[in-house]
Design a protein around this ligand. Sequence first.
Ligand SMILES: Nc1nc2c(c(=O)[nH]1)N[C@H]1C(S)=C(S)[C@@H](COP(=O)(O)OP(=O)(O)OC[C@H]3O[C@@H](n4cnc5c(=O)[nH]c(N)nc54)[C@H](O)[C@@H]3O)O[C@H]1N2
Ligand SMILES: Nc1nc2c(c(=O)[nH]1)N[C@H]1C(S)=C(S)[C@@H](COP(=O)(O)OP(=O)(O)OC[C@H]3O[C@@H](n4cnc5c(=O)[nH]c(N)nc54)[C@H](O)[C@@H]3O)O[C@H]1N2
Ligand SMILES: [Mo]
Length: 782
Amino acid sequence: MSTHHQADKTPTPRYKPYKGPAGGWGALISVAQAWLTSDNALKNLRMMLKTNQNGGFDCPGCAWGDSPESGLVKFCENGAKAVNWEATKRRVDAAFFAKHSVSALLEQSDYWLEYQGRLTEPMRYNPETDRYTPVSWEAAFALIAEHLQDLASPDQAEFYTSGRASNEAAYLYQLFIRAFGSNNFPDCSNMCHEASGVALAQSIGVGKGTVTFDDFEHADAIFVLGQNPGTNHPRMLEPLREAVKRGAQVVCVNPLKERGLERFQHPQHPLEMLTNGDRPTNTAYLRPALGGDMALLRGMAKFLLQWERDAQAAGEPAVFDHGFLNEHTTGILDYTASLDDTAWDHLVEQSGLTLVDIERAARMYLKGKNVIMCWAMGITQHRHSVQTIQEIANLMLLRGNIGRPGAGLCPVRGHSNVQGDRTMGINERPPVAFLDALESRFKFKVPRENGHNVVEAIHAMLEGRAKVFIGLGGNFAQATPDSPRTAQALRNCDLTVQISTKLNRSHLMHGKEALILPCLGRTDIDIQAQGPQAVTVEDSFSMVHASNGQLQPLSSQMRSEPAIIAGMAAATLGTHPIDWNWVVADYSRIRELIADTIPGFKDFNTRLQHPGGFYLGNSAGARQWNTPTKRANFRPNVLPGDLIDERTRATGRLPDLILQSMRSHDQYNTTIYGLDDRYRGVKGQRDVLFVNEADIVRLGFKPGQKVDIVSIWNDQHERRVKNFTLLAFDIPAGQAAAYYPEVNPLVPLESTGAGSHTPTSKFVAICLEAASPSVLIAANAG
Ligand SMILES: Nc1nc2c(c(=O)[nH]1)N[C@H]1C(S)=C(S)[C@@H](COP(=O)(O)OP(=O)(O)OC[C@H]3O[C@@H](n4cnc5c(=O)[nH]c(N)nc54)[C@H](O)[C@@H]3O)O[C@H]1N2
Ligand SMILES: Nc1nc2c(c(=O)[nH]1)N[C@H]1C(S)=C(S)[C@@H](COP(=O)(O)OP(=O)(O)OC[C@H]3O[C@@H](n4cnc5c(=O)[nH]c(N)nc54)[C@H](O)[C@@H]3O)O[C@H]1N2
Ligand SMILES: [Mo]
């Protein structure tokens, strides 16, 4: 039995607190190791120097943006890993698949699967040999067309997108699928920043962040909530450090003491490196209960309201920005009433913080003339995420902190083009204006009903309502909740198609028929009929810029994502509503179509010539409120009475702990680069559970002991992961943390955010049990 993660040999698991700063020598050593151990060292060094430079390619890592003016080399340790990983010369080809059956591959770890290299030729599953065997592109497209045309309704297919797809690929994909007749666009965003989009659209009329890169230089206070930039957005540490240096407040809100949020050493700053100096990245650090952020934010607003009333009574300067409130907002009275209705006790209890802490945070917010609030998955993956994000907006509106320099909202996006994909229409609930624009430009009747998001798509496949799954990138089987049910959902399909760069578990959890279509990545040179092509992406600050691949692809059999989409579309729809093969010959033809139909992209091809790209604009950032009231809306949501779900309560079993799932320093989502988590001091293992030592003792275990984790949810499914090592860690009592995707089997498909449908990956009620004996025997035997 091989359920372990190791590729070649098993490193000894170790845990030792990390003492260095984030970035700095540790990061450089790690990059150097990645280069030296990579089989393409020199080539990759040349690559890194091209990352995020004009004329180079957009880093396939995160969606953080860069100052267009800055001449700095713009890459980070984890960007280096992402580039290296893609630019391997190892190949997963016909010979590889001839050697390994699908059942044998299923025994391998996620790390092993991706480590085997790049997919280099189209493959089709053969049930007789349980192997993937080569198939021609034409036969693959014909098979897809046949399955799609045989469906009783276009809505019996699910079309997934992961956020690396370029604007050009995403636009063609949505056009193909809408012309085919469906809005079934489950995408990674449904599991990620969906709540930010939903919440902000209602509050301020646009579902994106309102700040740009330059605003960080002018902020007096920056709040970083539920985000671990040291690992996931390392380029963000520099503006944070600069802010602290110039005396701005940086307030971190995170139950874990993340190293990058504590100290940072600039890897491109020689003096700092030589003296081994480092700089703090925060001025205050609050450690709330999981899901306690809304209570904290509301508590801060309640303090402001109290001080506003005090100031009025004393005839002192106002705390609220009344000019802004009068001119730009609506609903303030309902909102202050909801503040009055929320008891202090409730705020303290739910936030997990003291009143003193909440007051201190409120004072820091008040002290900042210009405030930015940033957030990521610690905020978006809860049941009440939409309400929490609206509370961020409420708090910011009170002092006019939206739509002026140095201030604003900053949901820090994940995948490098996840924001762009939405802009291009990857949206299961498309805005009417967008559908109208498509209809008038392309003259076909676009589907108007909402389609499926990720969770709805899984239900549809489980129940047999959906029969075809096509994935434009990503790793649907591993990224989604309730893993065994998702696997079943994919296996129920008549056809699964994965358009991918690397082998992953989604290729192995396949339908009755299955295809693997190998595509070019961001770093690869993309040549079409009219010559080399650039693609475009949009970062977290709504900057659109070009990305040019730099490396010769490993095989001439790999195709670009736009070319694959055009192939599927032409086979399925002929030349309706466009000549697919003609537009992919030259991507500027796709950009013309984008310019015709999507606001902000007029003269797309011309504006792209501008070094650093162009700013799409943000209506709320310009204080134009595209809401039905034409104003920014205060949203007087009710603070949840109890964060523990009634479906957990209904079991009658009280959870031992609340679990959050998170990323280690050595992974990119479901892509595992290695088994270490440097800043958290973990080496050589991923099946660990971070728990407070007092809780370990309270529950009758010992640190280092192996346990099973079961989730507490009232339905017929047992959710259990086995043989996790208990790690005594500096984490607030009552909480636990573990790595995604290992604990995804614990997240119930039905446990989703209200209004966002996002799985509650940061709030899972669990109990611990002594490790299953069967596993222990297997482990001893092996
Ligand atoms: N190297 C690397 N870069 C990445 C990724 C990657 O996997 N690897 N993934 C990309 C993607 S798609 C995304 S979405 C982003 C993800 O970026 P992050 O959101 O930083 O990712 P997570 O590891 O999920 O971290 C969540 C953080 O929130 C904290 N947290 C958890 N629950 C709560 C809570 O209830 N309240 C508060 N205040 N904090 C909480 C955790 O302690 C942790 O520090 O990163 C992107 N960049
Ligand atoms: N429990 C738990 N679950 C989570 C999360 C969590 O925090 N906790 N986070 C959620 C979040 S924020 C996200 S964004 C999702 C991520 O979900 P996904 O985006 O589906 O997953 P990834 O791991 O990013 O996908 C990796 C695969 O993408 C393919 N790939 C890489 N580059 C390219 C490319 O350029 N083109 C194509 N076509 N394919 C490519 C490779 O084959 C690789 O194996 O997971 C979500 N799931
Ligand atoms: Mo994400």
